[in-house]
Design a protein around this ligand. Sequence first.
Ligand code: UTP
Length: 317
Amino acid sequence: MSEHSANPSTIAATGRPRAFKAVIPAAGLATRFLPATKAVPKELLPVVDRPVLQYIVEEATQAGIGDVLLITGRGKTSMVDHFDRRPDLEARLTEKPELLAAVQRPSELAEIYTCRQPEQLGLGHAVGYAELHVGEQPFAVLLGDEFVKPSEPLLPAMLELQARTGGIVLAFFEVDPADTKRYGIASVEPAESELTDVGEVVRVTGMVEKPKPEDAPSNLAVLGRYVLPATIFDAIRRTEPGSGGEIQLTDAMELLRNEGTPVHAIVYRGTRYDTGMPLGYLQTVVQIAVERDDLGAEFRKWLTEFVNSDASGGPST
Ligand code: UTP
């Protein structure tokens, strides 16, 4: 059993239930991280001693979600093994209770379900495979290469906001205006006053994929967390392949927005880790490592010495 069992009765002020299932699309080809990801899913790359995917499932669990659907693809089934029990290994660890608990923990986090996206035809296409599992209720989507600092959670406010509006809820983070061409960028207006107690909420009036700085409507970039109504599945079916020949989740959401579904977002000002490419991955590992109780102090000391040394190309002491 998971720590958190599914709880559809968690009700927001409006009387609508909060989303209690999460979908993690993790079937992508991870081309930005080749060749490491030729045989190892990027979701299993370790951040210190836990795979990225565990941080993501923990983020969902922390928000009260106990039902997680992993969308997997060819060569990616090892992701599921991480959340399974390992009695053979556990039997060898009886003298090492901390390690034993660490090995058991992933299997206790949530009920993990899987389905396969047979061809990698885009994020929207991948999310479409969640329909049977999700059913009629709203649900969260957590991209498999991004997570936020546990002490600065994002998902609880998103779940509350979706239960209030019944629409689509996104999350944005601010980027340097010169960098807009690397992200999906939103145009926004102030949110209705009754929603602002949930967090820094904006109403979304449009989205542009990777605009040049001079064409960008804002510097608010889309973060890999979504809370969606089940109507998204029909919208995905009606979405033609878009950018890169892929069925884009953004296009399906735009379809719903144009038909009147409200779209809001939380502007997230906490710490976001992006492990989808080497630089962001390295930054994530360093940030998490320096904060670890067990090895942070030693690693920080070494890191300081290293950046000040000739070996790093930094100032020599
Ligand atoms: P990305 O845009 O990061 O694509 O997908 P990717 O394949 O993982 O990585 P790059 O860009 O080639 O390096 C965003 C999320 O959507 C999933 C990915 O696994 C990732 O979590 N995805 C994408 C799918 O599940 N299926 C797809 O067809 C595409």
